[in-house]
Design a protein around this ligand. Sequence first.
Ligand code: IFM
Length: 461
Amino acid sequence: MLATISELAPRIPPDFLIGTATSAWQIEGSSQIRGRSIWEDFAAIPGNIRDGAQADPACDHINRWETDLDLLAWLGVDSYRFSVSWPRVIPGGIGKVDQAGLEFYDRLIDGLLLRNIEPVVTIYHWDLPSALEAKGGWLWDGIADSMAQYTEVLAEKFADRVSMWATLNEPWCSAFLGYADKFMAPGKGDPASGFEAAYRLLVGHAKSVEVLRHHHAKEVGVVLNLTTFIGEDEQAEVAAQHMDGIMNRLWLDPLAGRGFPLDVIEKTRHITDWSFVNDAELNSIAAPIDWLGINYYNPQRIVSASEGGALGVGNGQRLDAFPGTPPISFAPRGPLTEMGWEMDPASLITTLTKTQERLPNVPLYITENGGAFPDPMVNGAIDDQDRVNYYASHIDAALTARESGVDLRGYFAWSLLDNLEWAEGWTKRFGLFHVDNVTQKRTAKTSAHFFRELIARRRKV
Ligand code: IFM
């Protein structure tokens, strides 16, 4: 039975942080007044973005940020998770800072504080400056130092006002959808590169943590997209173990000080010799963090190839993004979201529980959760009951995990606004607010009203 607001609200402790999340490339627009990023390069290649959408105008957030912050205030959220565009702050990736770009985030942060909303900053959410990609991007051995320099600029200016910092967002996507596979920027399609990029992203995280600590930044963490793999038969279970290794343990093990998982190293020796790993850097990845963000949307259910599942039905369901996996098919159980993703709140509980075991003593936050649905507009309104059900069932699961002992401290809905869903362009909408991508009009969906009422009715003491 689906939990109602009356049932959910009293279970939300007063200090449980509730917010919504966005990212720079997906909402900002105004790309002409910043440096170029790998996502403009990627979007310029016909066929890469489903509907041909480009970085502009996105949600025109650069010009509409104040009214967007008013939407957050209307929702009553405690916090807002947004990312900074690296090429807006340092157009060439390293070197000269664009003060006007930096000032935008300064105003945004002050605007949030003015509305009593805590700023949660993601330093890198996929929009690498093209100038750095020209040097090799996440395969270049100077990339982690560049990330440190970029972090320095942000920490120096904002450490006094930002409540929580995430170094990276979903590095699995950057490394495996962008370097091993070709689904995201920079679209390399080279399996070995996926592992090296993963390593350099983690070293970038480590250097960024060091800089943030130097500036006494509050609450330093990282955001991973983690999930539960369900092998439906014996052969699929073997594959599930490897896929779990690439998506979950490859990140959690080094953060916990266990180094890279040996089974993943063994199963990928024919792809890479792992010679890029350096012991001192590996140790630095294990420096303590204050929190871990989990972006959870769906489980990955797989069957052995002979069972004939629906290969590649949904985003992220691509074998190229899991190098070294024996042949399997993805077999999500319907009803699916518009992304082709299975909806299974029980897998959120297993993901949270497993993550807490794998990275003990680190508080967890759900930093993204939500769904893309068809959202028909009828008489100017969007009655997205499917999204309301998704939120209700997943918030219920999150609270259940917390009540059974997981140190879960907060929940961020993805997303505040309909926005550019990367390779899917405008074709997949996750917003609590509908955005008309021609007029830029924002309209609160039923799910926005649901979220607002849930927040208003949660426990005060
Ligand atoms: O839109 C993305 C976001 O940028 C990262 N996490 C998953 C979301 C939905 O696909």
